[in-house]
Design a protein around this ligand. Structure first.
Ligand code: NAP
Length: 248
C-alpha cells in the first residue's frame, strides 16, 4: 500500500482560519486520560524529549491544534528515549515540570506523565496503543513531533502495527528538505498517513538552548520565563559532565 504524505505550510503564528472544534476534551485529558474515553474527538499528542521545551515546540503544537482541528494537545515528555546514548538527558521529572510550566496558561494544552512513569525504553507504539485503549476506536489520534523522529518511528520494524492507530504530523525547521524526505518516505511503500507541517519558529532548538546556558548566554525570549527561571534555579545545562542540575 502507498503511504499518504501531505504538506501543510505554516506561514506564521496563526497559519490559517481558526476552525477548532471546541469540546470538553481538553480539560478532561489533563485531569487523567482515563476519565475521558470519548468518541469522535481529535487528540494531538506532542511527543518529545523537551530538554528543554521552547517556543518552537509551543508554536508547533498551537499550529497543529489549528491546522488539524484538534480538540486538545497532550504534551508527552518521553521517559527513557530510544537512541539517546550519545548525550545526557535531564531527569524525566525536570523535563516534565518544565513542560507543565510552559503550557500551564493554555487551556488547550495538557501534559501527560504516561511515558515518564512507564519503565524501560519509551516506544511510541506503546503510548499510542495505550491511548487508543483509553479513548476508543472513534477518537482521532495525531502524533506530532520533529520530522526526523517521525521517519524513525515509521521505519521501526513493528511500526506497521500503528499505521491504523494514528496519523503522524511531522514538524520541520526552516531549511529542512521536506521534498527529499517526502520522496524517501513514498519509496518505502508503507501505509502511514504523515502530514508535514513547516514551522518557522522551530529555528529555535533545545540543543541551542542547552549550549547557550552552558556558555552563559541568555535564553530569554526563546522559552517562557517560567522555564528560564526553572533552569536557573536547578542549574540545568551548566555543566557538560555528569547529571544535569539539582533534584527537582
Ligand atoms: P530527537 O531525536 O531529540 O529530535 C529530533 C528533532 O526533532 C530535533 O530537531 C528536535 O528538536 C525535534 N523535535 C523533537 N520533538 C519535537 C516536537 N514535539 N515538535 C517539534 N520538533 C521536535 O527526538 P526525540 O525528542 O527523542 O523524540 C521525539 C518523539 O519521537 C518522542 O515522543 C519519542 O519518544 C519519539 N520517538 C519514538 C521512537 C520509537 O518509538 N521507536 C524513536 C524515536 C523517537 P528539539 O531538540 O528542539 O526538540
Amino acid at each position: 500500500m502507498r503511504s499518504d504524505v501531505a504538506v501543510v505550510a505554516v506561514g506564521g503564528l496563526r497559519g490559517g482560519t481558526d476552525t477548532r472544534v471546541r469540546s470538553d476534551v481538553g480539560s478532561s485529558v489533563g485531569r487523567g486520560a482515563g476519565s475521558c474515553a470519548g468518541s469522535g474527538r481529535r487528540l494531538g499528542i506532542m511527543g518529545g524529549t523537551f530538554d528543554p521545551i521552547h517556543f518552537g515546540h509551543l508554536v508547533a503544537a498551537e499550529e497543529a491544534l489549528v491546522q488539524f482541528n484538534l480538540n486538545t494537545v497532550l504534551f508527552m515528555p518521553t521517559g527513557a528515549p530510544p537512541a539517546k546514548a550519545h548525550r545526557q538527558v535531564s531527569s524525566a521529572e525536570h523535563r516534565y515540570l518544565m513542560t507543565v510550566l510552559a503550557t500551564a496558561a493554555n487551556p488547550d494544552f495538557n501534559v501527560s506523565r504516561m511515558e515518564i512513569d512507564r519503565s524501560g525504553t519509551t516506544y511510541t507504539i506503546d503510548t499510542l496503543h495505550a491511548l487508543r485503549d483509553i479513548y476508543g476506536p472513534a477518537a482521532g489520534l495525531f502524533f506530532i513531533t520533529g520530522a526526523d523522529a517521525v521517519w524513525e518511528i515509521v521505519a521501526w520494524k513493528d511500526a506497521e502495527k500503528i499505521a491504523d492507530v494514528a496519523t503522524f504530523i511531522a514538524a520541520t525547521r526552516p531549511g529542512y528538505d521536506l521534498e527529499a524526505a517526502r520522496k524517501a518516505h513514498l519509496e518505502t511503500e508503507t501505509r502511514f498517513k504523515i502530514e508535514c507541517m513547516e514551522v518557522p519558529a522551530l529555528a529555535i532548538s533545545s540543543t541551542e538552548l542547552r549550549e547557550r546556558v552552558a556558555s552563559q548566554r541568555s535564553i530569554r525570549y526563546l522559552t517562557p520565563n517560567s522555564v528560564v527561571a526553572y533552569i536557573d534555579k536547578h542549574g540545568l545545562y551548566r555543566s557538560g559532565h555528569g547529571p544535569y542540575g539539582t533534584q527537582p
